[in-house]
Write a protein that binds this ligand. Structure first.
Ligand code: HMG
Ligand code: MG
Length: 309
């Protein structure tokens, strides 16, 4: 792995949590959130012990207005985090590089119907664009970090069930164009462990486990069971969002992400140390939830906050 990955990750010793709340968690929210409120949210996440944080997206503000302040937010990010940002094209890369972004996430899918709605490209077109973006990024930053998302890995909201082989093909293409890590997305939160088992086996026959992460939305409450399944097969990196915020504006029926609180609770109680303070984390997202006018709903967050009373 390239520089930028924490030592423990290189050694494969820990289960990593990639916090996507400031990006995935907020991108779908209709009420504009001030940049300072986003920064406060990120400061709280750091204080709770999270390190890898997907902070924002350099996508078109016409498509995702909520994250239109990426260039304003980035230079103000607190020190101590390993921050990444979504980049959809060359224009996004230029904007990201101007801000000093060293970790980018490219995002495609296993379904053309979804990529067409999400980024206005077919999967093949997106891979061409991302190949050029990855190569320009490597030229600018040889030691930078690239993640590649494969969304709709189990089902597409527009085209239905997805063949696992197709997910492996797209993931392999992303590896060929130079991504360091694949994040496999259950974008609309439909998967159950049996499907995760099948896909993980196929993926691991081509791609080493340390280059795989899962990104489960928890629309139907199956995300933790899916994490357990993937862990049993050797996957050690999981995306989650504080308070279970999240959803994709271009994926009909996408619910919130797996809540970081639920993931931390599950890991710690299973004897896997996360270095994340669950109590602190449960309080971390309260201000952002208040600005969204929403009560806490992640199970472990509610349980923690209730036990404080
Ligand atoms: P397009 O309309 O085909 O592109 O959008 P375009 O090149 O015609 O550009 C349209 C306008 O946007 C132009 O401005 C461009 O300059 C501007 P105008 O000339 O009209 O004034 N533009 C940009 N501005 C700033 N930054 C940029 C940029 N690019 C173009 N980077 C595009 C194509 C890819 C840009 C658009 O579709 C887009 O931004 N899509 C992003 C959608 C998105 O962010 N979706 C959510 C993230 S994915 C997700 O949530 C799934 C994930 O969580 C995993 C999972 O759950 O499975 C990752
Ligand atoms: Mg997502």
């Amino acid at each position: 792995m390239r520089n930028g990955a924490p030592e423990a990750i290189k050694m494969g010793r820990v289960t990593r949590i990639i916090e996507v709340g400031p990006r995935d968690g907020l991108q779908n929210e209709p009420i504009p959130i001030p940049t300072q409120a986003k920064l406060e949210f990120i400061r709280e996440l750091l204080a709770a012990g999270l390190r890898e944080i997907e902070a924002t997206s350099f996508v078109s503000p016409k498509w995702v207005p909520q994250l239109g302040d990426a260039a304003e937010l980035w230079p103000q990010l607190p020190s101590g985090g390993l921050y990444s940002a979504l980049v959809p094209n060359q224009k996004g890369l230029e904007r990201a590089l101007e801000c000093g972004v060293e970790r980018i996430a490219l995002f495609t899918a296993a379904s053309d119907a979804f990529t067409q709605k999400n980024i206005n490209m077919s999967v093949a077109e997106s891979l061409e664009v991302f190949s050029e973006v990855a190569s320009a990024f490597r030229t600018a930053l040889p030691k930078g970090w690239i993640r590649g998302y494969v969304s709709t890995a189990f089902e597409c909201p527009y085209a239905g069930p997805v063949e696992p082989r197709r997910v492996v093909e797209v993931a392999q293409r992303l590896i060929e164009i130079g991504v360091d890590e694949i994040s496999v997305g259950d974008t609309i939160g439909v998967a159950v462990p049996k499907e995760v088992e099948r896909l993980t086996s196929l993926l691991m026959s081509e791609i080493p486990a340390e280059r795989l992460a899962y990104h489960f939305h928890d629309t139907r409450g199956t995300a933790i069971a899916n994490v357990a399944q993937a862990m049993n097969q050797g996957v050690r990196a999981f995306d989650s969002s504080a308070a279970g915020l999240g959803g994709c504006p271009y994926a009909r029926g996408a619910g919130g992400n797996l809540a970081t609180e639920d993931l931390v609770y599950f890991l710690e109680r299973s004897g896997i140390h996360t270095a994340i303070d669950l109590d602190r984390l449960a309080h971390s997202s309260r201000a952002i939830l208040e600005s969204l006018g929403r009560p806490p709903s992640a199970k472990a967050q509610v349980a923690t906050l209730t036990s404080d009373d």
